[in-house]
Write a protein that binds this ligand. Structure first.
Ligand code: GLU
Length: 487
């Protein structure tokens, strides 16, 4: 590695799905690396065996692939600083913890879970924050050796300074200072021999020569402990870049329950990866220009840590929908057909020309999952609500519908060629002959063909998709229904 090379890492814990906040960290880390000709590393933090979820590592690979960010080093492709799966590095952490013990920056703790639980409850009763009482800090050398020989389970704790302050600089939030006496003697090595996240993270960031650590602001309060670890080893800490919170409209965290917390939820409900990426990048970062639409490769050039803001950013679902709609409209018809097809297939029991359906709906879809409801009338329609024929703008009402529909039915019967253009000409020439506006002809036909007030297309497009026979069948049904109505 050349000196000063920018090296960032995405260090997810494989606990299931990829949360939007987490994906934002991944994107920013990737972009910091790419904007500085650096390297982006994937490290899987799987030392918490209790939280491990089968298959979760694949979800991470899959997500990065869909998003379009590729790592330069990682468990699947290797690299000079591997292994990149923390469980495969398990044995390298203990010697570092032992070194800290030698230097009196850490100590063995043999306290049993029951004792710690009592302490926790006591703290809760007194309404004070639980802090380990350093019971084991005062064990004699002999006592420690005896316990180790007897294979008593132990953890290793970091010894925090009793007084003074720890300050670090954050690229987003500036200097951040904590009083040392609020810092708990956190566990570095657990009784199962695995390092904690807090310890492994520091060791690995150092060994992997990570230059920038980009992550959510929930880590701001842990970072002084990491800084003390770097100091204890005499290592230079990386540059810390903590990201602002992402909150829901109206406050609160985005959660699994709201159905939009995970990248996969969004993709499954019909958001396009490139729209989600664009949206997520703007949650806390701005280019300083008016530009709102960015492709990933544009971002790789313009992303700058200086554009990251401090204040919480709102996860505005309306904006996400709008942005997704814009991305849908940027697609060519063929591209749109490819992504809309599964949703159309899901909705339709009859076979219609997909290209025609897509041409009709592309202008109106914001999220692909809207498609089935939007086109379900193509399957069939139930009895029409005759009030739908009333429309001020086109001057239509039930009586006009009664008058116009039979005329159109006869015109359609006469047509040999039934396509978009010929249907349009038939409607407009009929309107002309009757001396009425086109709208007065098209309104009742559209209602008769769809049974709906709002449709994704007009009478011409709908008739064209339905075809001559089905259009005639529906108009006949509508006429029959109107015959019995005295308006
Ligand atoms: N494994 C941590 C997580 O998934 C990583 C946090 C960090 O980037 O340091 O939240």
């Amino acid at each position: 590695m050349c000196q000063n090379e920018v090296r960032t890492r995405y260090a997810p814990s494989p606990t299931g799905f990829v949360h939007i906040g987490n994906l934002r960290s991944a994107l920013y880390e990737y972009l910091v690396a790419k904007a500085n000709n650096g390297k982006f590393i994937l490290r899987i933090e799987d030392t918490d065996q209790k939280r491990y979820v089968e298959g979760a590592v694949n979800v991470i690979y899959e997500t990065l692939k869909i998003v379009g960010i590729s790592h330069d080093e990682g468990p699947d492709i290797g690299g000079d600083y591997g292994p990149y799966m923390q469980s495969e590095r398990k044995d390298l952490y203990l010697p570092y913890a032992e070194k800290l013990i030698e230097n009196k920056k850490a100590y063995y703790c043999f306290c049993k879970e029951e004792r710690l639980e009592d302490l926790r409850q006591e703290a809760e009763k007194k309404k004070i924050q639980f802090k380990y009482d350093r019971h084991c800090l005062h064990l004699s050398e002999e006592e420690i050796q005896r316990k180790l020989n007897a294979k008593e389970p132990y953890v290793i704790r970091q010894l925090m300074p009793d007084s003074g302050k720890t300050t670090y600089n954050d690229s987003v939030y500036g200097d951040i200072t904590f009083d040392n006496d609020v810092l708990e003697d956190q566990i570095l090595i657990k009784s199962d021999g695995f390092p904690t996240y807090n310890f492994a993270n520091v060791i690995d960031d150092h060994l992997m020569k990570i230059s920038h650590v980009v992550r959510g602001s929930e880590y701001i309060t842990s970072t002084p402990k990491y800084v003390l670890l770097y100091n204890a080893f005499g290592w230079e800490p990386p540059i810390f870049v903590h990201l602002p919170l992402v909150v829901k409209q109206g406050g609160g965290k985005i959660s699994k329950r709201s159905g939009d917390a995970y990248f996969s939820d969004l993709i499954e409900s019909g958001y396009l990866p490139e729209a989600v990426v664009n949206f997520i990048v703007l949650l806390g970062w701005s280019s300083g220009t008016e530009q709102e639409f960015f492709t990933l490769s544009e971002l790789e050039k313009v992303f700058d840590i200086k554009g990251i803001g401090k204040s919480p950013s709102t996860y505005d679902t309306d904006k996400l929908r709008w942005m997704n709609g814009e991305y849908i409209r940027k697609k060519t018809l063929d591209e749109f057909i490819a992504i809309a097809s599964p949703w159309i297939d899901k909705a339709l029991q009859r076979s219609y020309d997909k290209a025609k359906i897509c041409a009709m709906i592309q202008k109106r879809v914001e999220v692909l999952s809207e498609i089935p409801d939007m086109i379900s009338f193509l399957n069939d329609i139930s009895t029409i609500d005759v009030n739908l024929y009333d429309n001020v703008k086109s001057k239509c009402n039930i009586n006009e519908a009664k008058r116009i529909l039979p005329i159109i039915r006869d015109k359609i019967m006469e047509m040999d060629v039934f396509n978009h253009d010929s249907i349009y000409i038939m409607f407009t020439s009929t309107a002309e002959k009757l001396g009425v506006k086109n709208g007065l002809v098209m309104w009742p036909v559209r209602i008769a063909l769809s049974g709906m007030l709002v449709t994704p297309g007009g009478a011409v497009e709908i008739a064209d998709i339905l075809g001559k026979d089905e259009a005639l069948r529906r108009i006949d049904l509508a006429i029959a229904q109107l015959v019995d109505i005295d308006a």
